[in-house]
Design a protein around this ligand. Structure first.
Ligand code: SF4
Length: 282
C-alpha cells in the first residue's frame, strides 16, 4: 500500500504555544491550576494535563466562588465578561492563539464603531463563545437568509478555522442580501494551508486514492472542515481520532492511502497510526 502523508500535519503554532505556556504554569504559580475548558481540541493532550495536576472548570457560572486560583484560558480565547470576573480575585494566564486574539480585537473594534458584525462560526464552540456578545452568529446559508439587520454598517467576518468553501458560500449569500457589507473574513494560515493541500489532491487525484484518513478530535472545527471538503469529492474517507478507530477500518484492497490531520492532533498519534498500518495492513 502506498501511504501519502500530507506535508502540513500535527500541531499548529497556536496549539503548540498554548500547551507550552500551560506547562510552564506549574513552575510559576501556586496550585490550584484550573483550565477554563479543554485547552485544545484533543482528548489525549487534555487528559495528560489532568494527570499532571491541572484541573478543569466544570461550570463557568461558579467563577465567582473562586479566590486566589490560577485560571488558564484555552487556545480558543476567553469571553471578555468572564475575564473581568476572573481577574477580580484570581490570576489569569492567557494562552489564546494570537491569531484568534487579533481577530477578536478587530471584531470588538468594529462593534465599538457601530458595525453589526455578521460572524460565520459554530454555535457553542469556544472561539465563537469568546466573542458572542459582539456578533450575530451564522452557521450556514439558512441562517443568513433569516437575518433581519437594519443598519447601514455591516461587516462580515468569521471563526478562524472555517473552510474556504464555507466562507465563499456565506460571503456570496451575505452580499446578495446586504450588498454594501464590508468583507473582512480570515482563515488562519495553518487551517488554510491544510485545506489548500488537501483540495489540491482532491481536485487532481480523488480517483487515485482508495482511502482518505483524516485524523483529529471530533470537537476540532478545522478537522471537521477537512472532512467536509473531502466529502465533496469522495465517500472513501474515515474521520478517526486514534488508533482504536483505525483498527475498525477495513483496508482490504486499498492500494493508495492519503493521510491528513487537524491542527490539534499530536504527531505521536499520527506516527502511531502510520506505524500500525505499515505493520498490520501493508
Ligand atoms: S488553528 Fe489557527 S487559529 Fe486555531 S490555534 Fe491553530 S494557528 Fe491559532
Amino acid at each position: 500500500m502506498n501511504i501519502i502523508i500530507m506535508e502540513k500535519i500535527g500541531f499548529c503554532y497556536g496549539v503548540d504555544r498554548s500547551i507550552s505556556i500551560t506547562k510552564q504554569v506549574k513552575n510559576m504559580y501556586p496550585r490550584p491550576w484550573i483550565l477554563l475548558g479543554p485547552l485544545v481540541h484533543n482528548d489525549i493532550v487534555n487528559k495528560e494535563l489532568l494527570n499532571d495536576g491541572y484541573q478543569m472548570l466544570k461550570n463557568k457560572d461558579e467563577i465567582n466562588n473562586f479566590k486566589n486560583v490560577t485560571f488558564i484560558s484555552t487556545a480558543h480565547g476567553i469571553n471578555p465578561k468572564l475575564k473581568t470576573e476572573i481577574i477580580k480575585n484570581n490570576t489569569l494566564v492567557e494562552t489564546t492563539c494570537p491569531i484568534v486574539l487579533k481577530n477578536n480585537n478587530k471584531i470588538i473594534n468594529y462593534f465599538n464603531n457601530g458595525y453589526t458584525v455578521i460572524y460565520i462560526g459554530k454555535h457553542h464552540h469556544q472561539e465563537s463563545d469568546a466573542i458572542i456578545d459582539y456578533v450575530t452568529l451564522v452557521e450556514n446559508i439558512e441562517d443568513i437568509k433569516s437575518l433581519q439587520i437594519d443598519s447601514p454598517l455591516i461587516v462580515l467576518t468569521n471563526q478562524t478555522t472555517m473552510s474556504i468553501k464555507d466562507i465563499e458560500r456565506c460571503t456570496d449569500a451575505v452580499l446578495e442580501k446586504y450588498p454594501d457589507t464590508l468583507i473582512d473574513t480570515i482563515i488562519c494560515p495553518a487551517t488554510k494551508e491544510r485545506q489548500v493541500e488537501l483540495l489540491k489532491h482532491l481536485d487532481s487525484y480523488h480517483d487515485e486514492f482508495d482511502k482518505w484518513l483524516i485524523i483529529g478530535d471530533k470537537l476540532s472545527n478545522n478537522t471537521r472542515k477537512l472532512t467536509e471538503l473531502t466529502k465533496l469529492y469522495t465517500t472513501n474517507f474515515h474521520y478517526v481520532e486514534n488508533i482504536n478507530d483505525v483498527m475498525n477500518i477495513n483496508f482490504e484492497g486499498t492500494k493508495n492511502l492519503l493521510i491528513t490531520s487537524g491542527t490539534s492532533t499530536p504527531n505521536s498519534i499520527i506516527d502511531e497510526i502510520v506505524q500500525y498500518i505499515k505493520e498490520n495492513i501493508q
